[in-house]
Each structure stands twice: as structure tokens, then as C-alpha cells.
Design a binder for this molecule. Structure first.
Ligand code: HEC
Ligand code: HEC
Ligand code: HEC
Ligand code: HEC
Ligand code: HEC
Ligand code: HEC
Length: 353
């Protein structure tokens, strides 16, 4: 199971690399070759997940539990509920003849993004999937929380459940072969660790553990714009991506081809962000001496998403906000500047179709 997951991740990485490699006629691509991606290295090691507590036994990451990664998924016990929630009937989708089963809400696995209550449905219920969003957490004025139905359907089936497709990125361990962690922890980036734990010498310890590069980050933070399925327009975001990082001079010059130049993986800065410095501009000046960037302006936000799904623009002016047309109420940020469209179509041939 783990190997399969890693292989799928490797495939995603491979496809990403192939897509990026498509622009090599224009610029040298700084992306590393497939043989050396961390994901494929892990695939060569037979290992299973051991869980964060085991890692922490030898490596202490004191600030780690404050990171957005760690906070991405929490147990239900982290919230003060307004009453005791017991058994509910959930339906496998909205259809009239959808299968149903009873689950104990108080035994749910946890809460994603402070919003979605996620539960495992017993196999005997015959549902199509294993993990479902079975409730929605809503904050009461007095600070306690109530649990509503996920609200995915109207009608009488209040507790119709939704497939928890979000797990892949938000709680990668779920269903991944028995890791006790439901949030993004050590093994979400470093891969399964049993071989590393079992290793006896420091040499073996190193050989059995991966030092992740940007490729690992990009398995969850995809970095290309996408086509709007409805209008066919190219939009400057793919919902969860480091939008347009592909096109930044940082990437295309190969001089800084790493998320890790600016982001630290293990701890937050003074403002609670995963940035190497408290003031982002202090990172920039290590290379751009004497410049004082208005990072907020360069890295513009997608105004159409109220929940912050969309990463601030990472193209560093390669895709200026002026190249897009913004309708905050109805649309994603649609790219209209012909020069920019041309650049994207050359780099990502799929989007030209
Ligand atoms: C029994 C103790 C122990 C446990 C448990 C353990 N490690 Fe390690 N880890 C070590 C030692 C010892 C080293 C090697 C230190 C050195 O020589 O620099 C190491 C090195 C590492 C490195 C650096 C590898 C490199 O190439 O330099 C990483 C990353 C790492 N461990 C991650 C983890 C993760 C993730 C887990 C949980 C899955 C974990 N470790 C569990 C003892 C442990
Ligand atoms: C978001 C991805 C990510 C997560 C989650 C993560 N790491 Fe790392 N880790 C990295 C990267 C990337 C490096 C390479 C060094 C760097 O860039 O700081 C690294 C390096 C390390 C090292 C080598 C020395 C060091 O401290 O820099 C150890 C040990 C380590 N990680 C252990 C852990 C443990 C233990 C956990 C869980 C508590 C963990 N990591 C969670 C990405 C991650
Ligand atoms: C398993 C999927 C996954 C991996 C791997 C991953 N991330 Fe994330 N990352 C997420 C999710 C999900 C969030 C949103 C969490 C939230 O906002 O509560 C996030 C949030 C972030 C944030 C926003 C935090 C902030 O400062 O506001 C940064 C920065 C980030 N990740 C960088 C990285 C980097 C760098 C790496 C690689 C070392 C990485 N991520 C690897 C899933 C992942
Ligand atoms: C040149 C520096 C730099 C590089 C390289 C970089 N980032 Fe960022 N990133 C930033 C800064 C600065 C911010 C904060 C932007 C803000 O506050 O609006 C940020 C914000 C983010 C956020 C949070 C977004 C938000 O809007 O809340 C995520 C997620 C993220 N980066 C992921 C990544 C990933 C993944 C990579 C690698 C593909 C990457 N970054 C490469 C500088 C960088
Ligand atoms: C590790 C060094 C390094 C860091 C750190 C860095 N940059 Fe860069 N930056 C570069 C390089 C190299 C280029 C490409 C220069 C070129 O080809 O003209 C570049 C290009 C740029 C460009 C495009 C300039 C143009 O002429 O189109 C902008 C904008 C930019 N960086 C902003 C930032 C910001 C903002 C930060 C901090 C969040 C930052 N950089 C951090 C090295 C860095
Ligand atoms: C391909 C990986 C991926 C999938 C699948 C995914 N997400 Fe995310 N999600 C992310 C990343 C990465 C971020 C952080 C982006 C950022 O901060 O810019 C994020 C951010 C979010 C945020 C905003 C975080 C905050 O702190 O406000 C919410 C809410 C969210 N996701 C919900 C969901 C839900 C619900 C699903 C399933 C329907 C889902 N996501 C599926 C990767 C993913």
C-alpha cells in the first residue's frame, strides 16, 4: 500500500517534470532528473510508517506543532463542542436510493481545516469509499462549536456524507498503511520511516532517510495554472498551487529552484508563517541587495477565494496581476494578456489545446 502511494507520488512528480521539461527549448530547466527525486529514492526502500511520536523520540522539533502543516488536521477533542454528539445516520451521497449507515459522531477521526469532520465508515456498510466528511464544524457566538451536516445536499437526507478526497494532501497518512498520524507530519514529507528507525549506524540512518526537496512540496502544492473546465480560459491558479512559480525567473534561471530558499519546513517565524525570516523582504535582500520589495504587491492574492485556498502569486512579476482580469465574485483570476498566455502555452503545451 505504502509503496503504491509512493509510486503514485513519483508518477505525479515525473509528469510534473515532463511538463516543465517541455519549455527546455526556451530556457535551461533547473528541475532535477527523475533518477534523483526523493520520492523514487524512497520507493527503493521497503519501509512502513511509524508515526510522528517515534520520530520525536530521537528528533525534537519544538516549534513544529505550531506549523500550518501540523494544524491542518486536528482531533475532535481539540474543539469545545456545545453538546454531546452521538449516533447519526449518514448516506453515501445524495441519490434517493443511497446506502445508509449509523456512526458515532463522537468517535470521528478528526477535523480538517477547522471545518470538516471526517469519519471512517465501517466496511460492512458497503459505502463506495472509506473516509467521508460527515459533518461541518460551525463556531457559535459563545466560542463553542456545533456540528452541522456537511451541507452537500439539500432535501431530507441531512447527513448525506461526502467522499473525503482531501486526505491526499491534508491528512496524507489516512488510509496510507497504518500511520497513526492524521495530519501532515514528519513522514508526510520524509516518507515512511521504519527502515530508518531500525537502522543501527549513522551511515545507515542517513541512507534510509530522505532530505526532501521542492519536488516533495510540489506533490501537494502543484505549481501550474489550469484551464477552467467551464470556460476553457486559462486561470492563474490551480486552487492549491504555488501559482505560476513555473514561470518565475527564480525557477527558469535555475538560480533558486527551491521552495526551501524562502520557506523553512519545521518551524514558523514570528508571524506564524513558514518563512525563513520574520520579514519576507529580509530573505529577498540576501540576493537582491539594496532592493526593498513590496512583497504584498508582487505576490498578489487571488481575491476570488474567501478561504485562502489560493497561494499568493509566486511568479515574481512573470505573470503580473495586470495580465489577469479579476472578478472577485464570480471568477478565478483569468489570464488575458496575450504575451503571458503565449508564455504559458509554450511552457505547458497541454494548456494550448
Ligand atoms: C532511534 C532514534 C531515531 C529515530 C526513532 C528516528 N531517527 Fe532520524 N536520525 C537518527 C540518527 C542517529 C540520525 C543520523 C544523525 C547524523 O549522523 O547526522 C538521523 C538522521 C535523520 C535525518 C537526516 C538524514 C540525513 O541525510 O542527514 C532525518 C531527515 C531524519 N533522521 C528523520 C527522521 C524521521 C522522519 C523519523 C521518524 C520516521 C526519524 N528520523 C526517526 C535517529 C533516529
Ligand atoms: C513540510 C515538509 C517537512 C515536514 C513535515 C518535516 N520535515 Fe524534516 N525536513 C524537511 C526538509 C525540506 C529538510 C531539509 C532541510 C531544510 O530545508 O531545513 C528536512 C530536514 C530534516 C532533518 C535534518 C536536519 C534538520 O533538522 O534540518 C531532520 C532530522 C528532520 N527533518 C526531521 C523531521 C521530523 C522529526 C519531523 C516531524 C516532527 C519533520 N522532519 C517534518 C521537510 C519536512
Ligand atoms: C502532504 C501534503 C503537503 C506537503 C508534502 C507539503 N505541504 Fe505545505 N501545505 C499543505 C497544506 C494542506 C497546507 C495548508 C495548511 C493550512 O493552511 O492549515 C500547507 C501550507 C503550507 C504553507 C502555508 C503556511 C503559511 O506560511 O501560511 C507553506 C508556506 C507551505 N505549506 C510550504 C511547504 C513546503 C516548503 C513544503 C516542502 C518542504 C510543503 N509545504 C510540503 C500540504 C503539504
Ligand atoms: C523567493 C522566495 C520564495 C520562494 C522561492 C517560494 N516562496 Fe512561497 N512564499 C514566499 C513569501 C514571501 C510568502 C508570503 C506571501 C504573503 O505573505 O503574501 C510565501 C507564501 C507561500 C504560501 C502561503 C500562501 C498564502 O497566500 O498564504 C505557500 C503555500 C507557499 N508560499 C508555498 C511555496 C512553495 C510550495 C514553493 C516552492 C514551489 C514556494 N512557496 C517558493 C516566498 C517564496
Ligand atoms: C537565492 C537568491 C534569491 C532570493 C533569496 C530572491 N531572489 Fe529574486 N531573483 C533571483 C535571481 C537569480 C533572479 C533572476 C535574475 C535575472 O535573471 O535577471 C531573480 C529575479 C527576481 C525578480 C524578477 C526580476 C525581473 O527583472 O523580472 C523579482 C521580481 C524577484 N526576483 C523578487 C524577489 C523577491 C520579492 C524575493 C523575496 C521574497 C526574492 N526575489 C528572493 C535571486 C533571488
Ligand atoms: C492537491 C492537494 C490538495 C487537495 C486534494 C486538497 N487541498 Fe486544501 N489545500 C492544499 C494546500 C497545499 C493548501 C494551502 C494553500 C495555501 O495556503 O496557499 C490548501 C488549503 C486549503 C484551505 C485553506 C486553509 C486555511 O488555512 O484557511 C482549505 C479550507 C482547504 N484547503 C480545504 C480543502 C478541502 C475541503 C479539500 C477536499 C475537497 C481540499 N482542501 C483538497 C492542498 C490540497
Amino acid at each position: 500500500m505504502n509503496r503504491l502511494r509512493i509510486m503514485v507520488l513519483s508518477l505525479i512528480v515525473l509528469v510534473t517534470i515532463m511538463l516543465v521539461a517541455g519549455c527546455s527549448t526556451q530556457q535551461p530547466t533547473p528541475t532535477p532528473s527523475t533518477q534523483t527525486t526523493p520520492a523514487t529514492q524512497v520507493a527503493n526502500v521497503t519501509a512502513t510508517y511509524v508515526g510522528e511520536k517515534t520520530c520525536q523520540g530521537c528528533h525534537q522539533k519544538t516549534n513544529y506543532d505550531k506549523t500550518p502543516h501540523y494544524q491542518s488536521f486536528k482531533p475532535l477533542s481539540a474543539y469545545k463542542l456545545d453538546k454531546t454528539y452521538g449516533s447519526i445516520t449518514v448516506y453515501d451521497g445524495a441519490a434517493d436510493n443511497a446506502k445508509s449507515t449509523t456512526i458515532d459522531l463522537s468517535k470521528a477521526l478528526g477535523v480538517e481545516m477547522d471545518t470538516y469532520v471526517v469519519a471512517e465508515i465501517p466496511k460492512t456498510a458497503g459505502f463506495a469509499k472509506q473516509f467521508y466528511r460527515v459533518g461541518k464544524l460551525v463556531k457559535n457566538p459563545d466560542g463553542t462549536y456545533k456540528i452541522d451536516s456537511p451541507g452537500l445536499v439539500t432535501g431530507t437526507q441531512n447527513w448525506s456524507a461526502g467522499d473525503y478526497s482531501c486526505a491526499k494532501c491534508h491528512s496524507p497518512g489516512m488510509g496510507g498503511g497504518g500511520t497513526p498520524d492524521y495530519t501532515i507530519t514528519c513522514e508526510g514529507c520524509h516518507g515512511p520511516g521504519s527502515a530508518h528507525v531500525a537502522a543501527t549506524t549513522n551511515e545507515q540512518k542517513k541512507a534510509t532517510m530522505v532530505s526532501p526537496t521542492s519536488e516533495i512540496c510540489l506533490t501537494c502544492h502543484k505549481s501550474d495554472p489550469t484551464k477552467d473546465p467551464k470556460s476553457g480560459a486559462i486561470i492563474a491558479t490551480n486552487h492549491y498551487g504555488t501559482r505560476d512559480y513555473t514561470f518565475s525567473k527564480h525557477n527558469t534561471t535555475g538560480m533558486i529552484n527551491s521552495c526551501l530558499t524562502c520557506h523553512g519546513p519545521h518551524g514558523t517565524n514570528a508571524t506564524g508563517r513558514l518563512l525563513r525570516k520574520d520579514n519576507p523582504n529580509d530573505i529577498c535582500v540576501t540576493c537582491h541587495a539594496g532592493k526593498n520589495y513590496d512583497v504584498k504587491t508582487i505576490m498578489w492574492d487571488n481575491k476570488s477565494d474567501p478561504h485562502g485556498h489560493m497561494t499568493a502569486d509566486h511568479s515574481f512579476t512573470a505573470v503580473p496581476e495586470s495580465a489577469t482580469k479579476v472578478n472577485p465574485t464570480t471568477k478565478n483570476v483569468e489570464i488575458v494578456d496575450p504575451t503571458v498566455l503565449d508564455m504559458i502555452k509554450k511552457a505547458l503545451p497541454d494548456l494550448a489545446k
